[in-house]
Design a protein around this ligand. Structure first.
Ligand code: NI
Ligand code: MN
Length: 227
């Protein structure tokens, strides 16, 4: 039993087995978010895919309020501890760790690695995706990424894929459909669409083009996928 709630953009909250984690909590400045950070229930861990503002979002405020651990690529984790004073667990691409909520493996994403608010520019890192086991499901949050051949390595390992479709900064619909073909998840949920004009694509077009290759499920902010 578990649930995955979409809060808009690339933010998903997962509850399962008494644990509550959140990916990329961009809420306060997200015009499509359905909640404010102070309305969230207590979060155990915050998984960040990269340091851009539309992903780090309210991570530090939530981490301070709840004593939550921020999980992030090494350099971004250093920024969290040294510059923001929050607890962080550093990882890097290819590595996995058993957390109290389940196992998380950091996987490749092709994107920019700068960290917003890093004035010295010394915390630039590799962005990532996460393959996360929680509540008996394997969830792949692809982060912000281009289509990559490396996604083929995930075939057979993913129940629920969270795929960016918005184009311009990440995969667009056609590449995201190819990514579904590489990963072959049971369920795919589109993300990183509709937040800003530059990524205003129609998620229903994605569903049509996936054409049954996976169960494509569009969530609006505030809606949940439950298992
Ligand atoms: Ni980004
Ligand atoms: Mn982004």
């Amino acid at each position: 039993m578990g649930s995955l709630i979409f809060h808009g953009h690339a933010c998903f909250e997962v509850h399962a087995d008494g644990h509550r984690i959140i990916f990329d909590p961009f809420l306060s400045d997200n015009p499509t978010a359905d909640v404010r950070p102070d309305e969230l229930d207590k979060i155990d861990a915050i998984l960040l895919t990269h340091g851009h503002g539309d992903h780090v979002g309210d991570a530090f405020e939530i981490a301070k309020r709840d004593g939550a651990t921020v999980v992030a690529p090494f350099e971004l984790a250093q920024f969290c501890t040294k510059k923001q004073g929050v607890k962080a667990h550093a990882m890097h691409i290819g590595g996995a760790w058993e957390f109290p909520f389940g196992r998380a493996k950091m996987v490749i994403a092709f994107h920019g690695g700068g960290v917003e608010a890093d004035e010295e520019g010394i915390y630039t890192t590799s962005p990532c995706g996460y393959l996360t086991s929680i509540g008996g499901k394997s969830i792949y949050h692809a982060g912000d990424t281009a289509l990559t051949l490396e996604m083929q390595l995930l075939e057979g390992q993913v129940d629920i894929m969270l795929a960016p479709i918005g184009d311009n900064f990440t995969m667009g619909i056609e590449d995201a459909v190819r990514a579904v073909g590489f990963v072959k998840p049971e369920v795919v949920i589109p993300m990183h669409w509709g937040t800003f004009d530059l990524i205003d694509v129609d998620p229903n077009e994605f569903v049509e083009k996936v054409n049954g290759a996976a169960d494509a499920c569009v969530l609006q902010p505030g809606e949940a996928y439950v298992w």
